[in-house]
Design a protein around this ligand. Structure first.
Ligand code: URA
Length: 456
C-alpha cells in the first residue's frame, strides 16, 4: 500500500476525482489511529460533501469504517437479529419504544446508536437522560444484555466502528452532515459491525430531515439498501415524513419521558402522539417480518400493536434499563427527566396552529443545551420543549403553545421557539383551514423496488 498523503487525497477529491478504495481505507485508518489530524479530515469531509462519492467510493468508505474496529459475530445468540436506524429527525424518540417492543415480540435487537447530530437528537443522549443508564458497555456486557433482555442499546466504542464515532462528531461541527454517501457509510458501518442479520431504515424527508426533498431521501434509501445488501444484510427502507416534529417532546429528557409514557400506554405530557406510534408500528412490522416472527409486515404490525397495548413492551424496557444500569425509578416518574418548565410560550391570539417548523425547534433545542456546539460540549439532558399544540389544533389566547425545560433558565429563548409556530385566526375545519396532513409513512423500498404511498 502506498504511503498515505492526506493532502493529495483531499485535493483529488476537491478537484472532483474518484479515489481508490485503498486510499480511502488508508485515510480512514490513519485518522482513526490519530495520524491524520481533525483539520485534514474536516477538509476531506467537506470535499466529499461538495463533490460527492460514487457508488464504489461509498462502499469503500463503508468498508473502511466498518473494519476500523471489531465486527461482532452474534451467530451464537438465538434468533434473527434485526436493528433499525433513523437518518435523523426532530422529536424522533422511536428507537426507545421500538427496541423493547420488537424484543417483546421475540426478535432480538442489538442496537448501536449515535449522539445528537446537527439539529437532530441522538438515541444515546436520550437514553443517558435516565440516571445511571450506561451506553458504553463492553462487548461481553453487550452480548450478555442482549441474551438476557432481547435488546441492547449502546454507542460506538473504541472496539465497534470507532471511525464512525470520530467522523460523526467531526461532521456534527463542520457542516458536513447532509451528504448521502457520508450518511450511508456512517449508518451502515456501525450497523453492520453490531452483528445483525437484517436492517430496517427510517429515511426521513422534509424540512426537519437532512434530506429535504423526497428525491434525495429516496436516493439515500436506495444507497443504504444497496450497500447493506452488498454486505449480505437484507435491508428495507421506509421513507417517513419529517415536516413537523415527531410527537410533542423535543430534547433528550423530554423525549425519553414521552417514550416511557407511550410504552406505559399513558398520554404524554402535551397530549396524545399517534404519529410516534404510527411510525413505530410501521418499523416494527418490517422488523418482525425480517426477523421471521411474522409472515408479512402487515402481520408484524398487528403483533406489535398488541404488544404495545398489552404491556410486554414496557416490561422489556424495564429489563433493558435495569440491565444497563439505569434508574428504574425514572420509569415510574418520567417527568423527573426534565424537571419543571423554566418558561412557557403562550399564544398571543386565539386561532389554530397552522404550522410548527421542526428545523427551527431543532436548532432552538441545540441552543438551549440539548445538542452540542463543539465536539467536546456536554449536553443538558433536561433541556428541550414539550408542545402543547401541534398543527391543526385550536388554541385560545394566552394558552400554552409549548413548555421549555432546561437546567439553566437563562438559556431559554422564547422568541426562538415562537418563531417555529405559525398561528392563524381561521377556524380549524373551515374551508380555508390547513389541508389534512400527508401520510407519515410515504414510501417503502425493499432493496429492489419502491412502493410509493405518497403519490409523488
Ligand atoms: N445517522 C447516522 O448514524 N449517521 C449520519 O450521518 C446521519 C444519521
Amino acid at each position: 500500500m502506498p504511503d498515505l498523503n492526506a493532502v493529495r487525497l483531499i485535493t483529488r477529491k476537491r478537484d472532483g476525482h474518484a479515489l481508490e478504495a485503498d486510499d480511502i481505507a488508508a485515510l480512514v485508518r490513519a485518522y482513526t489511529d490519530g495520524a491524520v489530524p481533525d483539520y485534514q479530515m474536516a477538509a476531506f469531509l467537506m470535499a466529499a460533501f461538495l463533490r460527492g462519492l460514487d457508488a464504489t467510493e461509498t462502499t469503500a468508505l463503508t468498508r473502511a469504517m466498518l473494519h476500523s474496529g471489531t465486527v461482532l459475530d452474534l451467530s451464537d445468540v438465538p434468533g434473527v437479529k434485526v436493528d433499525k436506524h433513523s437518518t435523523g429527525g426532530v422529536g424522533d424518540k422511536v428507537s426507545l419504544v421500538l427496541a423493547p417492543l420488537v424484543a417483546a415480540c421475540g426478535v432480538p435487537v442489538p442496537m448501536i446508536s449515535g449522539r445528537g447530530l446537527g439539529h437532530t437528537g441522538g438515541t444515546l443522549d436520550k437514553l443517558e437522560a435516565i440516571p445511571g443508564f450506561r451506553t458504553d458497555l463492553s462487548i461481553p456486557e453487550y452480548r450478555d444484555v442482549l441474551e438476557r433482555t432481547g435488546a441492547v442499546l449502546i454507542g460506538q466504542t473504541a472496539e465497534i466502528a470507532p471511525a464512525d464515532g470520530l467522523l460523526y462528531a467531526l461532521r456534527d461541527v463542520t457542516g458536513t452532515v447532509e451528504s448521502i454517501p457520508l450518511i450511508a457509510a456512517s449508518i451502515l458501518s456501525k450497523k453492520l459491525a453490531e452483528g445483525i442479520d437484517a436492517l430496517v431504515l427510517d429515511v426521513k424527508t422534509g424540512r426537519g430531515a437532512f434530506m429535504k426533498s423526497q428525491a434525495d431521501a429516496r436516493q439515500l434509501g436506495a444507497t443504504l439498501c444497496r450497500v447493506g445488501r452488498q454486505f449480505g444484510t437484507p435491508t428495507v427502507a421506509l421513507l417517513t415524513q419529517m415536516d413537523v416534529p415527531l410527537g410533542r417532546a423535543i430534547g433528550n429528557g423530554p423525549e425519553t419521558a414521552e417514550a416511557i409514557q407511550l410504552l406505559r400506554g399513558q398520554t404524554p405530557a402535551g397530549g396524545p402522539c399517534p404519529d410516534v406510534l404510527e411510525v413505530t408500528i410501521a418499523l416494527a412490522g418490517e422488523m418482525l417480518h425480517l426477523g421471521d416472527a411474522a409472515s408479512s409486515p402487515q402481520e408484524g404490525r398487528r403483533l406489535a400493536t398488541a404488544a404495545l397495548e398489552d404491556g410486554p413492551a414496557f416490561g422489556a424496557f424495564q429489563e433493558i434499563v435495569e440491565a444497563q444500569g439505569g434508574d428504574l425509578g425514572a420509569l415510574e416518574n418520567p417527568d423527573s427527566l426534565m424537571g419543571k418548565p423554566v418558561a412557557v410560550l403562550e399564544a398571543e391570539t386565539a386561532g389554530f396552529v397552522a404550522d410548527v417548523d421542526p428545523l427551527a425547534l431543532g436548532y432552538a433545542a441545540v441552543d438551549l443545551g440539548a445538542g452540542r456546539a463543539t465536539k467536546e460540549a456536554d449536553v443538558d439532558h433536561k433541556a428541550g420543549f414539550v408542545l402543547n399544540k401541534r398543527p391543526g389544533e385550536r388554541v385560545e389566547d394566552g394558552e400554552p403553545l409549548a413548555w421549555i425545560y432546561a437546567s439553566d433558565p437563562a438559556r431559554a429563548d422564547l422568541e426562538a421557539v415562537r418563531s417555529a409556530f405559525v398561528l392563524e385566526s381561521r377556524e380549524a375545519g373551515a374551508a380555508n383551514a390547513p389541508s389534512a396532513p400527508r401520510p407519515l409513512v410515504l414510501d417503502r423500498f425493499d432493496g429492489e423496488t419502491w412502493e410509493t404511498r405518497s403519490g409523488e
